[in-house]
Design a protein around this ligand. Structure first.
Ligand code: SF4
Ligand code: SF4
Length: 392
């Protein structure tokens, strides 16, 4: 495993464990499987474990696995304050106490303001006493380092970097998002201020691996250096010295082993001009097939009208990357076949979802487009049949 340093010189494995995607079985985390995967990563040298208050069951599962295996003191935990749920000063303490209890620990190494969107939000937290509260937690050792996670554009990111003495930050970054989100501009800005950067969404919600357009797959396979799409995506990140750690939501032993192997062998500067040019061609091939830049993060959910927004966009994009039949099949399964119908036509355009979308997608407009393309007469007939069957 390769390691890079945090702001205080502690070594962080360049591969971090994203605990958001533990496998669920029957609505609960499959603890046996999660433990086997996490321990495989631990034995390979992964020492950074990222979770959040709002990831269902994740903090408790992580706490349990670390305690059961007696490795809490050997690793660092990064978790996040759900500041958007905070109504008054007292609730910071309430959430934090609950997090410590779930994680079975008395401190966390890295604590982030979860999805800090803008300076205004930070100012609101200040009026609720966040500065005093963080100072007290840091002084007592309950929180070692303070950061924020971010999904917006580069300009706001740079402004947020300047509003507090952050110890680290976390951004969405991958070869598709080099010039969107905080992007390379944000990465360099934070780095120049001495603030380590943790990377999330290295595979853009899996889109840089699964269901790549044929043209993109061809570009990878024609390239003389043979790597899988996931290996290229990770190498592109680790090749950059400004990147401290890349989170991977590993949920299979194969994925752990593959990510560990890449993280152990990669070298800074390894992705050079020729590889960059190849990846730019891949980006062009993907963009040519994508209608909506949805990463499937689910922050827009739940919709009060039960629209499954990420599912609608996924099917809409697949219509262009995989063809109409496959898209229709996917959309039908995710909407009409559900117990409660969850198609785009449920949308009443309230706009609630758009406030939460880190990709700033015009969800209402795009849902209308998705509906126009996916809710065909065949779909409507199928839906009518399903309704009749449900009535019996
Ligand atoms: S705009 Fe439509 S999809 Fe978004 S929350 Fe409102 S009803 Fe749901
Ligand atoms: S629409 Fe936005 S918030 Fe919703 S899943 Fe897609 S990227 Fe995430």
């Amino acid at each position: 495993m390769n390691y890079r340093k945090d702001r205080y010189g502690n070594e962080i494995s360049i591969l971090g464990y994203g605990c958001m995607r533990f496998t669920q079985s029957g609505g609960k985390i499959n603890m046996e499987k999660a433990e086997a995967e996490l321990m495989e990563a631990y034995r390979a040298g992964v020492n950074y474990y990222d979770t959040a208050y709002v990831y269902p069951g994740s903090e408790a599962a992580l706490g349990e696995i670390l305690a059961k295996n007696g490795i809490r003191d050997k690793v660092s935990i990064a978790t996040k304050l759900p500041h958007y749920l905070i109504k008054n000063g007292g609730s910071m303490e309430k959430y934090f106490a609950e997090q410590l209890s779930r994680l079975k620990t008395d401190h966390v190494e890295y604590y982030l303001m979860h999805m800090l969107t803008d300076v205004k939000t930070w100012e609101r937290l200040k009026t609720l006493g966040i500065l005093e509260w963080l100072a007290e937690k840091k002084a007592s050792g309950a929180i070692k380092q303070i950061g924020f996670s971010y999904h917006g554009n580069a300009d706001m990111f740079c402004r947020l970097i300047d509003v507090y003495d952050w110890d680290f930050c976390q951004i969405q970054y991958n070869y598709m998002d080099e010039n969107t989100q905080a992007g390379r501009k944000g990465l360099l800005y934070a780095n120049q201020k001495g603030i380590p950067v943790i990377i999330m969404e290295p595979l853009r919600g899996g889109k840089l691996v699964s269901r790549l357009p044929e043209k993109a797959v061809e570009i990878f396979s024609d390239y003389p250096i043979k790597q899988t799409p996931a290996q290229w995506a990770f190498k592109w990140l680790w090749s950059q010295p400004e990147v401290t750690c890349v989170l991977s939501g590993m949920n299979s032993l194969e994925m752990v082993r593959d990510n560990v192997a890449t993280a152990s062998n990669v070298k800074i500067g390894e992705v050079g001009e020729r590889e960059e040019a190849m990846l730019r061609q891949v980006v062009q091939a993907i963009n040519a097939k994508m209608k909506v830049g949805c990463t499937g993060c689910g922050y827009c959910m739940p919709c009060p009208q039960n629209v499954d927004i990420p599912a609608a966009f996924s099917a809409y994009n697949h219509k262009y990357s995989e063809g109409s039949f496959s898209a229709l099949q996917e959309y039908f399964m995710c909407t009409a076949l559900r117990k409660d119908y969850s198609g785009a036509s449920n949308c009443i355009e309230c706009g609630k979802c758009e406030m939460h979308c880190p990709q700033h997608i015009e969800i209402r407009k795009e849902l209308k487009n998705a509906k126009r393309h996916l809710e065909t007469s065949v779909y409507k007939l199928g839906r009518w049949l399903v309704k009749r069957l449900k009535a019996y």
